[in-house]
Write a protein that binds this ligand. Sequence first.
Ligand code: ZN
Length: 197
Amino acid sequence: MILPIVAYGDPVLRKEGEDIEADFPKLQELIDNMFETMYNAHGVGLAAPQIGQSIRLFIVDTSGFVEEGEEDTEGLKDFKKVFINAEILEEDGDDFAFNEGCLSIPDVRGDVDRPERIVIRYRDRDWNEHEETYEGLKARVIQHEYDHIDGILFTDYLSPLRKNMLKKKLKNISKGQIQVGYRMKFPMVKWENPFPS
Ligand code: ZN
């Protein structure tokens, strides 16, 4: 089932998510729905707060970064994962800038500097624990989604000038005054799907 993606301005995007237990109700169904929702919106990652659940769960699938016929030097095509109760243990390497976007903030992009490498501990959907190192774009997507479960958005990292320039646009997003090709829930509008599929 495709779930509405919560738009910028909703307080749930600012809350720190709670760890969950292995018996969290309908966990597998929730994860499946999140993947369906992310693919429908052509995203490469989605965090539970973005579908209104304040829990430490996010998913990634970086295959969308690889264009047809393009060389997949970072192994992005087969990188599809579920991260539960994740904890970033280390972040290191040189910062690099990457132009980020977010399904909760349509049509807004910005260069964000982040360290190139992370070490992360998490549980997968079968509740197995992993501790892994990622770098490059894989690390980037994980860092962005991990921020979501801490209530942080990529726009928080933009310069004061850029933030100021985006002010009106962000307000319009929270009011639902935006054209978007997937289902969203806008905090300042009584719920009504403006783009029924
Ligand atoms: Zn995001």
